[in-house]
Design a protein around this ligand. Sequence first.
Ligand SMILES: NC(=O)c1ccc[n+]([C@@H]2O[C@H](COP(=O)([O-])OP(=O)(O)OC[C@H]3O[C@@H](n4cnc5c(N)ncnc54)[C@H](OP(=O)(O)O)[C@@H]3O)[C@@H](O)[C@H]2O)c1
Length: 336
Amino acid sequence: MPEEINRQWVMASRPVGFPNEGHFELREAALPNAKHGEVLIKLEYLSIDPYMRGRMNESKSYTPGVQIGEVMTGEGVGVVVESRAKGISTGDHVVTRTGWQEYATAHVSAVRKVDSSVAPVSTALGVLGMPGLTAYFGTLHVIDPKPGDALVVSAASGAVGGVVGQLAKLSGCRVIGTAGSDEKVSYIVDELGFDAGINYKTENVSERLGELCPDGIDGYFDNVGGETTDAVMEHLATGARIAICGQIAQYNDVEQAMGPRNIRALLVAQAKMQGFLVFQFVQQYPAALERLSKWVSEGTLKYKEDIVEGFEEMPKAFIGMMHGANFGKLLVKTNA
Ligand SMILES: NC(=O)c1ccc[n+]([C@@H]2O[C@H](COP(=O)([O-])OP(=O)(O)OC[C@H]3O[C@@H](n4cnc5c(N)ncnc54)[C@H](OP(=O)(O)O)[C@@H]3O)[C@@H](O)[C@H]2O)c1
């Protein structure tokens, strides 16, 4: 039988600007019981994602936020230690929304079984999970790249960005990524096969894009917004497609920036800019996961995980990500 205590990270107060460790509190709760149709999961890996910052705000977003004193939201993968659900047995690995805690119950309809013969179970939170699916639909459905296109992706070494660039290469594009360190830039070029990378912290992004994309940028997968996106807008090719996936450069802004002000660039390039949420493609997840799994298992699609050891480290890992400390998909191994 599992231990009696379930440790949880709750939101202690709402951050204004960048979060710090004081905004979180470690709490002990009783182990939950699986009801009819549910499973009890012992979490092995918990996902840390940029969207969690938005959930800490009071203002309404596309889903309700976390309330003060509530367990922080998030996905996890773990082993089923008790099953009262048909089709799922003790010992199965599953992924679902669990929150930041060591044990969670979930209804069978909300869990997905994870096949550890394809790839390590942790990938169900990364390349074979929500971030991989985001890259898949944002690239292939929103941007719809054509062979020969010049495609730019920001936060290119991250969970989503790394997959975007590789899918664009598979589609025959020339791919340029922006990232926040020389090490990350070397990784996307040398390991992932991007054509070029730009360190947005040390290089002039607009100048470099001008050199690298003399005929303009046909596709832009935007993970960050802010100055990087301003620079891309100066180099749009006619008929460019822009997928707005994330705006992490603004997630900790106290005053929301006005704009964008350079909309005229869309007019001149007859370009299309489209925001999207991965959930809008939910009906197509199984087919996409099948393709992503095949590419991962045959080695066509590479991925990098940044695994932080210890459930206690959740807030620190989350805060670090907001400063670019992660290198690849950020996960916490619970060691529970
Ligand atoms: N639309 C959707 O459905 C959906 C789904 C999943 C994710 N997203 C969004 O996709 C983006 C990437 O998510 P991810 O999970 O793949 O995260 P990630 O790229 O693995 O990690 C976040 C990265 O963002 C970069 N970053 C942090 N602050 C920045 C800033 N001020 N300016 C520029 N870059 C900054 C850092 O990399 P550097 O060192 O390179 O700066 C950091 O490592 C996020 O914006 C996220 O919200 C959207």
